[in-house]
Design a protein around this ligand. Sequence first.
Ligand code: CNA
Length: 249
Amino acid sequence: MKSVEILAELISSAARIGVLTGAGVSTSAGIPDFRGPEGVYSQSDIDAEKLFDINYFMYDPTLFYRALPAFYDTIRRATPGPAHRFVRQLEEREKLHLLVTQNIDGLHSKAGSSAVTEIHGGFTSFKCLRCETVHAVDESIDARIRAAQVPLCPHCGGILKPDIVFFGEHVIGFDEAAVRVQQCDLFMAIGTTLVVNPAALLPQYLGHAASFAIINRGHTPYDRMADLKIEEDIDLTVGTLQQLLGWDR
Ligand code: CNA
């Protein structure tokens, strides 16, 4: 039996499925990942570690905001892909117990998933570093980002920081997610290298009786621990799963 067929059976019989997604679920939507063969880290002119470092952002936010327009425009335009729709289908069938994404592109919500833990935050709101007011993105913030300028607080003129989690900041919702992982009978990590902690620690909370499947092209540190590793294109794999399960594409 092929791995994908085994996974379809596991999904079919599971009652509480946990899903952890990473940048790989959004590459087919046109958003480059970090560590894949064509990822941001393979472009020598971008220092992503520095770009997303909170200490550097506090020291000089202009570096971040100069680099942001292209990525920001890409994620604003992007539409959900097959993996986002597949995860929504798990929720529609009342099988989804937990959805955690490391992505900051908002595509699970755009696809209609209602309960998503965006562990690294997103670009829907911005916080003033001076008065701490939280602002939803409006036209003036949007315009300054697109012009590669630092957006400023309309109340006090302080610097606005997007509610994404920079390296060196606390992630969002980890403890609650870890509890839910313990309750899952199947956990799937999709499109992630599983190297960014603490999100990458979540599989360690799985109970002994639970199954763990990874869908990712490329090595992860959990490949040996997983019951299934599907080293194929995510969209193709998801399409096969939908076919085997008799779900729409
Ligand atoms: P990563 O480390 O870049 O890993 C992505 C993995 O997906 C790699 O192993 C790729 O080979 C694999 N992959 C890419 N496309 C496919 C495909 N079509 N089929 C199969 N495998 C594929 O990304 P992680 O999510 O593991 O790392 C976490 C970082 C990445 C978080 O901090 C994110 O915020 C950050 N990130 C997010 C986005 C986004 O929001 N879309 C984009 C780039 C980076």
